[in-house]
Design a protein around this ligand. Sequence first.
Ligand code: NAP
Length: 531
Amino acid sequence: MNLTGHQLLGTSESAESNDSFFAYNPTLREEIDPAFHEASIHEIDTAVKLADTAFPIFRDLSPEKRAEFLLAITEEVQALGDALLERASVETAHPLPRCAAEWDRVITHTRQFAELIREGSWLDARIDLGNPDRKPLPKPDVRSLMEPMGPIAVFGASNFPIAISVLGTDTISAFAAGCPVIVKAHPAHPGTCELAARAILRAAARTGMPEGVFSLIQGRRNETSAYLVRHPSFEAVAFTGSLGGGRALFDIACSRPRPIPFYAEMGSVNPVFLLPGALNTRTAGIAQGFFAALTAGVGQFCTNPGLVLGIESPAWSDFQRLAGAAVSTYAPATMLHGGIHLAYTAGIEARRNTANLHLIAQSSTTPDPEKTEAGAYLFATTQQGLLADPTLLDELFGPTSTLVSCQNQGDFLAVAERLEGSLSATIHGTEEDLVEYRDLVDLLRRKVGRLIFNGYPVGLEICHSMHHGGPYPATTISSATSIGTRAIQRFVRPICYQDWPDAQLPEALKNGNPRNLFRLVNGKYSRESLS
Ligand code: NAP
């Protein structure tokens, strides 16, 4: 499959700028052809203009037509086969099976959104029938539903080159809503982005989507991203990545003359609480599961368990010993790119020099910095030691975690109180523990987006009920999710039709209910048509 490194502006290609960069193979430490051109202002403007023109046409397509487009994307992605997986693997050092798992995830979420468009519950159709005879004032006929917002800019993260990038839930849920998308390719996997983008464009051509429904912009300069976010024609931005990048672009979105929602999903510390009922009976199993979660994907998951808390006891000492023994067996592996490796090694160095923090285990094989390898590191401290240094509550992206010794539930609560927003919190315990530690659970409900019982935070189920979000700094908008079909709600807004003639209403609100939707009519859900 030939890559050009050009901007894909709807159905046209462009490479105006001489400013170019190469993808990099972190395993072989070499640049990969072709050169990718930094997008020019003119190219970005062209993509946005096309998206703006496409919007009213795309918005008003039938649900069936948009579902057809999404299903065509799954077919085109399947047709890419090994070319996509191999390029992603070369650009990220992810093994092929990991890339295949991401590919599966894309097929699953895209099919789920196709089904959702047809099913229609996301429209949240509501009808309050009018009553001209009401006294003292007549009651108007008021109906509302969700409508797509307009063009959306998407920024993916480096750690999911297939599933949280061009083909991620951000793009697919925006399409499902009826919004054109412009993706800014991640410079750590620009070739994977181009392959995925071409699959989307082939699907768009096959299913007759309007020109400009999708464009891909290449770039590695912050100014390119900033220009995109400032562009007046966007209605929202979806971002997945670091707190630093997310916050910088969020501030730009908020300081625009016309601010827009900026949905950033960022880093997270994902605390794990080991309650006595579980720790005393399943010490070895929990240690094994923790080690697997910690080191999956070289620890490069936003759901990596960065803190583990237990109450001092023989079982807690056993857990620390077993987890430490497992960590020492971890063979260092190549990280996604030099920047992440640099941040990880600097972070580990800083933690090694932190008072009250003890390195209790590390990979017994020394990582090779030339190969940007990361070893696993396990630190330990006490509740007091942790709370004495707020930086220990921050995400350190890579295969490292801190074990925190506590004396009692009060210590757990003191740590939970100080935690910043997180994507998840995990509790290992019995049902009796959950009753006894009710205050902890209640506190965590304010801090995180997902509560896991006797499991591990890594490995998200792709399903309708999934919530992948949480209070800041896990995200910038805590009511939103970036995974699961509820993600569509980020790109729609309610619009209300008052006393509107039936023939001119959107189908979902018409008296006859031609789409057989479940609608809230006068406060009660029903599928009935109205006379
Ligand atoms: P990243 O460096 O923030 O990159 C994400 C995107 O933002 C890239 O397109 C990047 O382009 C752009 N960007 C970054 N900083 C910028 C700035 N200051 N100004 C303008 N644009 C900027 O993130 P990453 O290293 O790819 O991903 C790792 C992080 O993502 C981890 O913290 C991880 O926890 C988080 N993550 C979160 C989730 C989630 O669902 N919550 C999922 C996966 C990963 P340039 O490189 O060109 O600047």
